[in-house]
Ligand binder design. Structure first.
Ligand code: PBG
Length: 332
């Protein structure tokens, strides 16, 4: 049978009314697709706005508990926590990362106490704890050592799991660290703690505001190109994902988000596992800048970009716009 053509075929028919557009929509977006990244500050009753991330603040542990309750009320299933470690506690070897009473561990406990129904994801990487801003242990030449770092990351993951973290998210890009972390979790009896591997994480110019938020921007010596991926590569991302899945990752992440949706799609098609994407700080800042300049409507930009992640195949998206998006979705 020949394919229908105009005028028998009028693709605008199903677009003509809102009910019809709703009926034929191929993709949906809901608050359960969102993971909300939150920054933690030392102190009590503290909210510190972050200049390069307008609308995003660091919160002290007591106020993180309030954010966890807010997530629950908004139907956001999971929050991701990132500490701004006091500068005096940062060191070459990042030992504060292994302190069971450090900022992140106190925040995890507070969040789980306040809203146990909300999942808590914690980042495993050493950059919020090192005096040089790198994600791992460096040698005298500044090279980030792989195996030495992996061993510390496994201990860091244990400290976080002991504090109550539900999902461990290694964001460091060392080879073999997922296996090391999975082994440590199994041995300690944390058999149901998930690993969401930052499997395909690129050396990106979009992380600047995040580094302000965790206080590592001014410290960072050089760049992260010896461990994070080259934006030129896609096949290599598939190898990264294969490796992390083989080592025991439950889910994988692609990061940054919008410029890397081709990677999301390829990972989803090849591996058929839940794929998440991180709409990172620089992407958030671009939307805010566009809205502030009158170049686009913030709410519409937020919902359109999040729908694009879903359409590409994402199971969910880490986004600083999570509370705004959840509110917008609830009011539709
Ligand atoms: C730390 C980490 C980074 C981000 C998440 N975890 C920064 C980096 O790798 O330098 C970036 C997130 C964002 O920009 O929003 N390893």
């Amino acid at each position: 049978m020949p394919a229908a053509t105009y005028p028998a075929l009028r693709l605008r028919r199903t677009r003509a009314a809102p009910w019809s557009r709703a009926m034929v929509a191929e993709t949906s977006l809901s608050p359960s697709d969102l993971i909300w990244p939150l920054f933690i500050a030392e102190g009590g009753g503290v909210e510190e706005p972050i200049a390069s991330l307008p609308g995003v603040s660091r919160w002290s542990v007591d106020l993180i508990a309030a954010r966890a309750k807010e997530a629950r009320a908004l139907g956001i299933p999971c929050i991701a926590l990132f500490p701004n470690t006091p500068q005096g506690l940062r060191s070459e070897d990042a030992r504060e990362a292994l302190n069971p009473d450090n900022l992140i561990c106190r925040a995890v406990k507070a969040a789980k106490d306040a809203a146990p129904e909300v999942g808590v994801l914690t980042d495993v990487a050493l950059d919020p704890y090192t005096s040089h801003g790198h994600d791992g242990i460096v040698d005298p030449f500044g090279y980030v050592l792989n195996d030495e770092t992996s061993a510390v990351l496994a201990d860091q993951a244990l400290v976080q799991a002991d504090a109550g973290a539900d999902i461990i998210a290694p964001s460091d890009m060392m080879d073999g660290r997922v296996g090391a972390i999975r082994g440590a979790l199994e041995e300690a009896g944390h058999v149901n703690v998930q690993i969401m591997a930052y499997a395909a994480k690129y050396a990106s110019a979009f992380y600047g505001p995040f580094r302000d938020a965790v206080g590592s921007r001014g410290l960072l010596k050089g760049d992260k190109k010896t461990y994070q991926m080259d934006p030129a590569n896609a096949l290599e991302a598939l190898r990264e994902v294969a490796l992390d899945l083989a080592e025991g990752a439950d889910t994988v992440m692609v990061k940054p988000g919008l410029p890397y949706l081709d990677i999301v799609r390829r990972v989803k098609e090849r591996f058929e596992v839940p794929v998440f994407a991180y709409q990172v700080s620089g992407e958030y800042a671009m939307i805010e800048a566009a809205a502030a300049a009158g170049a686009g409507d913030r709410d519409a930009l937020v919902l359109e970009t999040l729908m694009a992640f879903k359409r590409a195949g994402c199971a969910g998206v880490l986004t600083y716009h999570a509370p705004l998006a959840a509110r917008l979705l609830a009011s539709r």
